[in-house]
Write a protein that binds this ligand. Sequence first.
Ligand SMILES: [Zn+2]
Length: 313
Amino acid sequence: MNWITNYVRPTINSLFSRREVPENLWSKCPECGTMLFHRELTDNLQVCTNCNHHMAISPRERFKALFDGGVFGEVSVPEPVVDPLQFRDQKKYPERLRGAQKATGEKEAMLVAEGELGRMTVVAAAQDFSFMAGSMGMYVGNALIAAAERAIAHKAPLVVFSAAGGARMQEGILSLMQMPRTTVAIQMLKEAGLPYVCVLTHPTTGGVTASYAMLGDVQIAEPNALICFAGPRVIEQTIREKLPEGFQRAEYLLDHGMLDRVTNRKDMRDELITILRMLSGLPPAVAGDLPAPDAETLAPVPADAQTTGEPQS
Ligand SMILES: [Zn+2]
């Protein structure tokens, strides 16, 4: 044949068909095994429609669901030195970083954003568990400090969504140094009298639990999230005893006074609006859409009605 049928047509076909048919139309709920249509799952914020199991959600998706109209601006984070220890396990650390960047499409394990939440300016930071287990290294430390500084500069509350396997071992002591650094950043926020709310998502462990994730004025968790310093397996091996059912899960911690609330992801936005307004001393948010004002209410109010507060007839 000619080069059109052999080369041009297959190239065009592959260009067009690639986008139209996504590979994974269905995902399986790891908890109850139900097959979930991916669009349905996205609409439901990655929560199983059958058993309410909360799956991981990317920081970007979470911010889209959180901020008014899904609009937010990213807050830039100062870049730390990459791989100062020249760490290597099976792979070199920069190689691991590049792999995670390619897989997630994000620069690092924390995303900081600013936007309106219930018409109130709010700074939010979210950790990405799919990026090297959301581990806290120098970048995450810088991100949290940038978030706190931005919140102070704009006199805005800060909300942090945590998800972490702990400190990033590839950065050794430098990752552990992020615990005091982030603690100081949160202290700065508190000295400025600004609200700080932690939303703990599955799983929040290690050095993150031991620093900024537990310092909130209000501690919220998503259902069934694992929240701990050392994981249940490690504790079981150490004390050689069987741990109680649901140990270190959100509901257990709520019962034992470690948390203030356990909130479903779909209710999180409304709940944050209520809590942040309360902590900021603002009147409660108006729920629902108000009808458009008509001509009568827009008419100028006479001077005497203004002083007495009498309704106009
Ligand atoms: Zn399920």
